[in-house]
Design a protein around this ligand. Sequence first.
Ligand SMILES: [Zn+2]
Length: 406
Amino acid sequence: MTIAGRDALIVGSGRATIILPMGTQLTIEDALLYPESTRTLLSYKDIRKNGLHVETHVDNKEEFIFFTRLTGSSKQVCEKIPSLESRLYYTYIKPISNVAYKVIFQNVNSFQTWHDRLGHPGIGMMRKIICNSFGHNLHKAKFPQSSDFICTACASGKLILRPSTLKIRAEPLKFLERIQGDICGPIQPICGPFRYFMVLIDASTRWSHVSLLSTRNHAFAKILSQLIKLKAHYPEHRIQSIRMDNAAEFSSHAFNDYCMATGIEVQHSVPYVHTQNGLAESLIKRIKLIARPMLMNCKLPTSCWGHAVLHAAELIQLRPTAYHENSPLQLVRGNPPSISHLRKFGCAVYVPISPPQRTSMGPHRKLGIYVGFTSPSIIKYIEPLTGDLFTAWFADCIFNEDHFRH
Ligand SMILES: [Zn+2]
């Protein structure tokens, strides 16, 4: 607990116990007591240390933060904290002596929005992405301190367990010189016809491509179509080798013939020696680490994991890796990517109804659930009643990023 007033006299420090309006008791270690100040800053960290969770809520167009506590499987709202016009949050606390202190929370709204849209990267990674992209309204200098920023989705533990960074020797490879691939699955429940996802990653730039598969036998057909696309897109870069893990037991004549004819060496890594294919394997881990909380944070069922996986894969393309200052997307395309088209996964989107279905007196928009994009100008959405996937022009859509979200 710190005081925002100037020239405040510190009369003591130590453990403080305060009581919030709805009776929640908070204990703050290392609190500083400034009796003359009327404003006190309470950090999210201090609140979290008391076993409480912090969540934002909009009620009747007014913004609140809720302090919640999990008891068994149910969630109890312990405190409801209103916001000021300056978009800070405030409440009154009762310390041991019956003096009421006003508590101000630092606003982190815009940061939180982009943190969410980008798939919950840590503050260090946020800084890297923001410096290497445009189309956002964030300033690096105004980033919150990591101790002041607590995201409930991250704090639920799913993103704290990061994969150990695999020590892969940075090899001086050219773009597309070596592609590594791996397959993840089978995944339960089935997502439409899909049970697997396959990743392909370029060992040089870390550019990657992810596709959903219904059976593992489809892997080679998918790789083949991707190789043909790459050759057409980047004729000046020669694909020299492709290294597959987990697919060694499958083979396809068409694939082998194609690789032989085009001079691509197909390598199968030794079973159970996964480090040979560490890049593809760690990409799968990173995708899962982003996709899983993204899905949990919205109201889509688990069977929509395929959309979350594809969106997470797009977001990873924006993240600079430990080996390069720039993101894979920038390395391949040559200039920093715009991220202005990103929205929160699983949020509400109002899509225009096309003329054949639209009546002059009926509604002109229908509700969809945003699940990503196929290009910066085209979004993908799910029709909530049928679960069917559609696309729409980004420019025609109206988003409500706080709707359908936990
Ligand atoms: Zn987060």
